[in-house]
Structures are given as structure tokens and as C-alpha cells.
Design a binder for this molecule. Structure first.
Ligand code: IPE
Ligand code: IPE
Ligand code: MG
Length: 259
């Protein structure tokens, strides 16, 4: 933990006890499916984009809190390979929001020693958005604090196919060299995933009450703990994160073994 609990959680609502958190069992990797921006906006008779904008504050708070708690990896699902199906205005607005937010936040993230990384196929993003992510990565790549992993144009099936194709290319190259085809291990396969070198998520949080993965990290969540909260993403804050962490710490992880 990088800060004392009473500094990280200064005003806990009654009934919520930050001191119940076990500092020795903070997840190394938290992955968040940020959902419910549209419903948050609809409840207020606002345009969906206003919901996405409101969600930025929740992202900021979650990053700061996770970093203060000593989480090593925080992955945020920001745009899926299926989200292109949304109305053009929303897609354009989201891409613009990603670019502007990344540019505005990168210095602050750098000061907090956060390392920014992306997973997903950036080649299909508008140039401005792609460049904002690339510049953030370039600026922060040597930082040793928390790694913030932004999943953008990310889809797990696409990622798995990409890894399979990399294995197939290796087989073709070996065949061309007259070598025997090789049997790939899980580690060989994982080298072709966007998440290569990262630990699997310990905890997956999904907001807005939806209980599904929506094509997120299918391979990597084989033994992750899932916590679903009804809170809509723009209303998510450090205290809701604390509730999720306490639920996580109450789980008994067995990884298929007997305890
Ligand atoms: C999540 O909120 C943000 C993205 C997928 C980019 P939604 O936009 O999915 O919000 P709902 O599910 O419509 O409420
Ligand atoms: C998942 O949310 C994708 C992101 C959070 C980026 P969606 O709102 O797109 O998922 P579905 O359509 O409800 O499954
Ligand atoms: Mg949604």
C-alpha cells in the first residue's frame, strides 16, 4: 500500500470500514468492465455522450485509488471490437473523448509514476486517438508504478485468433526451414496475446449490474474472481471500489486444488 488507508478513504459512508481491508491481499491485477454510462445519461434525459464524459471522473478516481492501494495492473475496458456497431455520432464522440482525455491526463499520470499501455487493435482508430495513446505510452513507458492498461478496440476473440495466427506463422516458418512442427505450450501461445508479460486479472469488476464478459479477456480470466455491482459507471468511486475489494477478499480462491 502506497498511502495509509485513512488517507485513501477519508470519509467512508457509515457501515463501510476501510480498516477491514487486508493490505497483504490487494489484487495484483484488477480489470474493470466500465458499463452503464448510457443508462446514467438516460436517467438524466441527457445525450449518451454526456454519460461517457461523466465516466471520466470515475476513471480518474479509480486510477488514483488503485495506485494508492499498490495495485500493479489496472485494466479498463474502454471500447470493444463490437462497439463500432453504435451510432456514428457516439463512436466519433468516444474516440474524440479518448484522445482529449489521454492528452489532458498524461502528465498527471506520469507524475504518479503510472505506466500507460493499451491492448487491442489501435490501427483502426482515428489518427488523433491512436497518437494520443502512443504518446502516453512513449512518455510513461519507463515508469515503475502501476500499469494502466486501456483496452481499446479490444475483443478477446480477435486477440485469440491473432495469437493462433502467430503460432501458425511460426509453424509455416519451421516447415520452410525443414524443421518438425512444434507443439505450442500455453506460455508460447500467450506470447501472441496483447497481454503478453502481464499477470492474469485476480479480480474483474463489472458495473451496471450486467453479468457477462462481453468479449473481455476470455483466456485471461480463467481463474479470476468476478464482482458485479449495480452502480452505473459514472457513479463508481473509491468507496464502491473498496466494497468490491472487500468482497474479493472474502472469496476463497482454490485454482482447482483442495485447500
Ligand atoms: C460503457 O457504457 C461505455 C462503453 C461501452 C464505451 P455504455 O455506453 O455501454 O452504457 P449503457 O450500457 O448503454 O448504459
Ligand atoms: C462492454 O460494454 C464494453 C465496454 C465496457 C467497453 P457493452 O455495453 O458494450 O456490452 P454489452 O453490449 O452490454 O454486452
Ligand atoms: Mg453497456
Amino acid at each position: 500500500m502506497n498511502k495509509p488507508l485513512d488517507i485513501i478513504f477519508p470519509n467512508p459512508p457509515s457501515g463501510l470500514a476501510p480498516e477491514a481491508l487486508d493490505a497483504a491481499r490487494i489484487p495484483e491485477h484488477i480489470a474493470v468492465i466500465m458499463d452503464g454510462n448510457g443508462r446514467w445519461a438516460k436517467k438524466r434525459a441527457l445525450n449518451r455522450l454526456k454519460g461517457h464524459k461523466a465516466g471520466i471522473e470515475a476513471v480518474r478516481e479509480t486510477i488514483r485509488c488503485a495506485s494508492d492501494l499498490g495495485v500493479r495492473y489496472l485494466t479498463i475496458y474502454s471500447f470493444s471490437t463490437e462497439n463500432w456497431k453504435r451510432p456514428q455520432e457516439e463512436v466519433v464522440g468516444l474516440m474524440d473523448l479518448f484522445a482529449k482525455t489521454m492528452l489532458a491526463e498524461v502528465d498527471g499520470l506520469h507524475e504518479e509514476h503510472v505506466r500507460v499501455k493499451t491492448i487491442g487493435d489501435l490501427s483502426l482508430l482515428p489518427e488523433e486517438t491512436r497518437e494520443a495513446f502512443e504518446e502516453a505510452w512513449e512518455k510513461t513507458k519507463n515508469n515503475t508504478g502501476m500499469t494502466l492498461v486501456v483496452a481499446v478496440n479490444y475483443g478477446s476473440r480477435q486477440e485469440i485468433l491473432r495469437a493462433v495466427n502467430r503460432c501458425a506463422e511460426e509453424v509455416a516458418a519451421r516447415t520452410a526451414d525443414g524443421l518438425a512442427p512444434k507443439e505450442f505450450s500455453a506460455e508460447d501461445f500467450e506470447r501472441g496475446l496483447y497481454t503478453a508479460g502481464m499477470p492474469d486479472p485476480d479480480l474483474v469488476i463489472r458495473t451496471s449490474g450486467e453479468v457477462r464478459l462481453s468479449n473481455f479477456l476470455l483466456w485471461q480470466v480463467a481463474y479470476s474472481e468476478f464482482v458485479v455491482t449495480d452502480v452505473l459507471w459514472p457513479d463508481f468511486d473509491r468507496y464502491e471500489l473498496l466494497r468490491c475489494l472487500l468482497e474479493f477478499q472474502g472469496r476463497d480462491r482454490r485454482f482447482g486444488a483442495v485447500k
